[in-house]
Unconditional design. Structure first.
Length: 496
């Protein structure tokens, strides 16, 4: 078989699109299933430690001495214990989590830093890994992220630790896991036909949410935080082994105009899927990549992509602050932390599933705007009811907010396949996530510091952002698209 292969402009060529070429080399075959597993493992590696933070920092049940000198369930609040220096001990093993190992009950500042420091590490991580992911490739970012994370976790397991070392290590993990935050989505989206994107995106979002159930189970079983790290490392090594089966996806290589790599990628996928590759096929070059030679500059020089990028940052920031505000605040809303995490995960999973269905029925814009508005308003009410002592109603509203936010968050991720071409996709979304991480760090720090009034203010801001986003999306002020019919600005009457 020779290496004849041509790529022509979509306006001049009567060839096939890269989407059609993927269908001809197997559609969703064995190669795509392996890519799917790699993406799932990548998201698990990204999420497991992050979702463990609330469990690592929450204080378990306390035991206080009674008048007879025996320990029993402590009747005092945390504030009373800390103010009056009441003697207590934790009803858990010493190495259960950071709170028991470093006695964090009265160390409000340390709690705040442990809750927020991972997001501070994420800020430069998102920007660096996102940019390099578009320049070097998706798989390379996964390898670098695995190496850094394993090195940090081995150090945490083997070296004598202090509280400051744990805070520093958590910051570094926040930096290094960002290589796994968006690359797994790009890796699979750019290797499958377009008609699979919504269902695959919904499945990946559900898997991401399901990792909270794993963390909640480990917390319920009262395992040591070190065992959690060992489990995460095992997933890292499994992920590493599977990445060697894959190549950079063909849509990415085509977007970068690496013609020899495009041939290699398509032929490799055809071989794994046991399909036939025809060297005489002519592949159309999408209009979205007919600009500069694989450069990222269009993200900032093109008014279309710049408008999308600006609004994406607003939406991702609003969704991210709500999302991690709920996660870090869940131990404060009645019930056990494990039970709250389970209910939150279920609400999130349902939101992703419903969002995937609604995308097909309505527009991407309706899902984003409607979901974030529902989340902002219900979470504001939830926090107000928590302050009023109505914890059951507050918890219910929190789960509804999580549901609405998940519709928006999931839609933003799935929409990445249409809004930006592969050559700038990781950069566009990672810079958005990087800016969002600043807000996430502020919210989680406030929650860790127990500044409840400031948390109320944050949720109010999120509700307002949701309403503003609804207005912007509905009126097409920023979010215009010519990439696909279902991404067009459509009003309720169906007019464009």
């Amino acid at each position: 078989m020779n290496n004849q292969f041509t790529i022509q402009s979509a306006e001049d060529s009567e060839g096939i699109s890269s989407n059609e070429a993927l269908k001809r080399v197997g559609g969703f075959g064995r190669y795509q299933y392996v890519s799917m597993v790699v993406s799932i493992l990548g998201l698990l590696c990204d999420s497991l430690y992050l979702f463990s933070i609330p469990f690592f920092t929450v204080s378990p049940a306390l035991l206080c001495k009674n008048s007879s000198g025996f320990y029993e369930s402590c009747p005092y609040t945390r504030e009373y214990i800390c103010a009056n220096r009441i003697h207590y001990k934790y009803d858990a093993p010493e190495d259960y989590n950071f709170a028991t190992e470093f006695d964090l009950l009265c160390k409000t500042s340390a709690n705040a830093w442990l809750s927020s420091i991972i997001f501070i590490g994420c800020v430069p991580g998102f920007i660096i890994f996102g940019f390099l992911g578009d320049i070097v490739g998706r798989i390379s970012m996964i390898w670098i992220s695995i190496a850094l994370n394993v090195l940090i976790m081995i150090s945490m397991l083997l070296l004598p630790l202090s509280l400051n070392m744990i805070i520093a290590a958590t910051c570094l993990i926040g930096f290094s896991t960002t290589g796994l935050a968006f690359s797994p989505f790009s890796l699979i989206f750019e290797a499958i036909p377009d008609n699979y994107v919504v269902i695959v995106g919904a499945i990946l979002n559900v898997i991401f949410a399901s990792s909270q159930l794993i963390v909640a189970f480990l917390s319920f079983c009262r395992f040591s935080w070190r065992l959690d790290c060992l489990i995460i490392m095992a997933v890292f090594f499994l992920l590493l082994g599977l990445t060697f089966i894959l190549k950079e996806p063909p849509k990415y290589e085509l977007s970068k105009k690496r013609l020899d790599k495009v041939i290699e990628s398509f032929k490799y996928i055809a071989r794994i899927n046991k399909a036939e590759w025809n060297p005489d096929w002519e592949i159309e070059m999408p209009k979205s990549i007919e600009g500069e030679e694989g450069k990222l500059t269009e993200l900032f020089t093109s008014s279309l992509y710049l408008r999308r990028h600006i609004l994406n940052v607003i939406i991702i920031t609003a969704c991210g602050m709500i999302y991690y505000g709920i996660i870090m605040n869940s131990p404060n809303v009645g019930n056990s932390p494990a039970l709250n995490a389970t209910f939150n995960a279920i609400a999130e999973i349902i939101g992703y599933v419903v969002g995937g269905f609604l995308i097909k029925q309505f527009s991407y814009f309706a899902c984003i705007a409607g979901g974030i508005t529902l989340a902002g308003i219900t979470l504001l009410l939830s926090d107000l009811f928590t302050t009023a002592g109505l914890s059951t109603l507050a918890g219910l509203l929190m789960y509804i907010g999580r549901f609405g936010n998940s519709i928006s968050y999931g839609t933003v991720i799935i929409g990445s396949d249409v809004l930006f071409p592969p050559k700038m996709r990781n950069t566009a979304y990672s810079t958005g996530f990087g800016i969002a991480a600043i807000g996430e760090a502020c919210v989680t720090h406030m929650i860790g510091s127990r500044y409840t009034t400031m948390v109320d203010v944050c949720y109010f801001v999120m509700a307002v952002l949701g309403l503003i986003s609804t207005f912007l999306l509905y009126n097409c002020l920023l979010y215009t698209s010519d990439a696909a019919d279902d991404m067009q600005c459509v009003d309720l009457g169906g007019r464009r």
